[in-house]
Design a protein around this ligand. Structure first.
Ligand code: SF4
Length: 469
């Protein structure tokens, strides 16, 4: 069987982190390893290819086309399925990905033959056997067009050794901000915490399952790249597990550089472990700071405090570990809160930040009055955690966008930060980051101007209405 796995580009309206990070399609590499030895499997990364999906589908003429994506890719996945059926009427299309697993109805379309909603690693080989034999029998966890996601089995968390050889021609181009040639690893599924805004928990239905450490380290040792991005929702969960991981990599002489997600409370409570990890290659931690106001942390059910956040930043700084901080911007913020946020970030020496306007994704515990949504739920491409989704309560939409641009500018482009980058990174990497940041900035400026134009139009209409009354 000929199997084509297409990694899709994000749509143009999506405010694009792909300008600052492109990572290997690990989910496809894992699924590809489950194909039969006689199957011909090809992974195509359309973010890095110059040619279009149409070209690859036409040339390869697949029997099965696999598509995955985030919420921002929903329309693109459907369009690609339609295109594939036009080019190869006999092709079967299978779709998956984190958004589909939580909201399968969004991808219910006649041209998507199979929606893989549960347990992809378990059901994919069964799906291939079903297609090969023509039996038409599908394992539970896969939906046909028109079927709904009731009575699906519980999640299982099987793993398979990724076929990284299938992305060999792209691998030197995978990067994450200042980390070049990065490989991804997953060591656990889900997260034991229950932050109200978090989509990661929705994907696993609240479950948290770890892979055996021996498997993890075997896989780690097999990866050619030095830079490893551990894409667990939170790698720093258990002191015992992290300690065991460090002991094993030391004993086996594994020398890598690590980028991972970690919670502030763990970092603040385990400075000795962070010091040990830094000595063994920990370079960067993405910390969900979320807020520097206690009441917001409480509302998000984050189970951290402002003090813990600050302590964690001190621990990381002391050990020479970079911090990529993420913050949620609630609709209540006014210009003063944005200014205080900038003061806080600078006071805590944060050089890199990701500002996420409050985004009530379906499947999370975020409650919102649907009338306050500025962007329709079906306008998937804009649900990118960068657009302002909810009507701000105290300033206009245009002012909110202006404040986001200003805050990024203030934190990322302050002279001391630029100087440290100049001393730390090669010119090529700096130019790539600068170009990426400028592209994202121009996307934000477009949103700002769009909001201003809309507000001006509304004011004119109101004036006209008053005159006519
Ligand atoms: S935000 Fe982080 S800590 Fe909270 S539930 Fe999600 S992954 Fe876990």
């Amino acid at each position: 069987m000929k199997i084509l796995m297409l990694r899709l580009r994000p749509p143009a309206e999506t405010i694009g982190l792909q300008h600052l990070m492109i990572m290997e399609p690990l989910e496809f590499e894992v699924l590809a390893s489950l194909a039969h030895k006689d199957d011909e499997v090809r992974i195509v990364d359309l973010i890095l290819e110059k040619k279009s999906a149409k070209t690859f589908i036409s040339l390869f003429q697949p029997d099965l086309l696999c598509l995955t994506g985030y919420i921002t890719h929903v329309a693109t996945m459907i369009e690609t399925a339609i295109l594939a059926k036009r080019i190869c009427p006999s092709v079967k299309v299978a779709a998956g990905g984190v958004h589909l697993e939580v909201c399968p109805a969004d991808l219910d379309h006649p041209d998507i033959d199979y929606r893989v909603v549960r347990n992809p690693v378990t059901v994919f080989p069964l799906l291939l056997s079903s297609i090969r034999s023509g039996s038409g029998e599908l394992p539970p966890g896969i939906l046909r067009p028109g079927q709904t996601a009731e009575d699906l089995p519980q999640m299982d968390f099987a793993w398979a050794s990724p076929r990284r050889d299938l992305t060999k021609r792209y691998r030197r181009k995978y990067f994450y901000i200042f980390h070049s040639q990065v490989a991804l690893m997953k060591t656990a599924f889900g997260c034991p915490f229950d932050c109200s805004f978090c989509f990661c928990r929705a994907i696993t239905g609240g479950a948290y399952v770890q892979r055996p450490l021996s498997d993890v380290v075997d896989e780690l040792e097999s990866i050619a790249e030095t830079n490893i991005y551990i894409v667990d929702d939170d790698f720093l969960v258990s002191r015992e597990r992290v300690q065991s991981f460090l002991t094993v990599i030391r004993e086996r002489g594994i020398r890598k550089k690590y980028l991972l997600y970690g919670r502030a409370d763990f970092i603040a409570a385990n400075p000795d472990l962070i010091a040990e990890f830094a000595a063994l290659g920990l370079r960067t931690v993405i910390v969900g700071i979320e807020s520097f106001f206690e009441e917001e942390l409480t509302a998000y059910n984050k189970h951290t405090s402002v003090e813990m956040n600050e302590k964690s930043l001190q621990v990381l700084r002391k050990n020479g570990v970079d911090v990529y901080a993420t913050l949620i911007l609630p609709p209540e913020w006014d210009t003063k809160k944005f200014r205080l946020c900038g003061d806080y970030l600078i006071r805590n020496h944060i050089k890199y930040v990701n500002l996420q306007p409050y985004t009530p994704l379906n499947g999370t515990g975020m409650k919102v009055n649907e009338d306050t949504l500025l962007i329709k739920r079906q306008d998937w491409a804009k649900w990118d955690l960068a657009h302002v989704i909810i009507q701000p309560k105290n300033i206009s939409v245009s002012e909110y966008y202006r404040q986001i641009i200003k805050l990024y500018q203030r934190v990322l482009f302050r002279p001391s930060v630029l100087l440290s980058y100049l001393l730390q990174y090669p010119p090529g990497l700096l130019l790539k980051m600068l170009a990426g940041s400028m592209t994202v900035r121009s996307q934000y400026i477009f949103k700002l101007n769009e909001a201003r134009a809309l507000e001006k139009k509304l004011r004119t209409e109101i004036k006209k209405g008053i005159k006519n009354a």
